[in-house]
Design a protein around this ligand. Sequence first.
Ligand SMILES: [Zn+2]
Length: 125
Amino acid sequence: MHETDMTKALILTVHDWWQAQPGQPAIEKVHLTVGQFTCVEPVSLQFAFDVQTKGTFLDKAELVIRETPLIAFCHPCQTEYRPEIGWQYACPHCQAPLEDIRSGRELKIDRVEYAEAAAVSQGSV
Ligand SMILES: [Zn+2]
């Protein structure tokens, strides 16, 4: 996935939300959940965000990235496990191939913090 395009989508989502707010509050922080399995580099995302928000309504806003680990579920074992990204996409107990991903593919805006108070924003990028 490409961080630049993703950041564009992210900014558009926040912009839509922001325009719907009364008085268009000054946004201070954008909280993002990024799953490890999305292969998104938080550093690249941060950089793209800084570049693309310059001079916009998000110029002063900070991007806060929370990474979620990759967690899979093995049906034969009825147990959750953490596959090692890059070399082992199988259950460590029975070697069943990775089928069911429970967490780690998220890429969404958690919430947006603005001047007065924190607000909850729904939306996926
Ligand atoms: Zn298993």
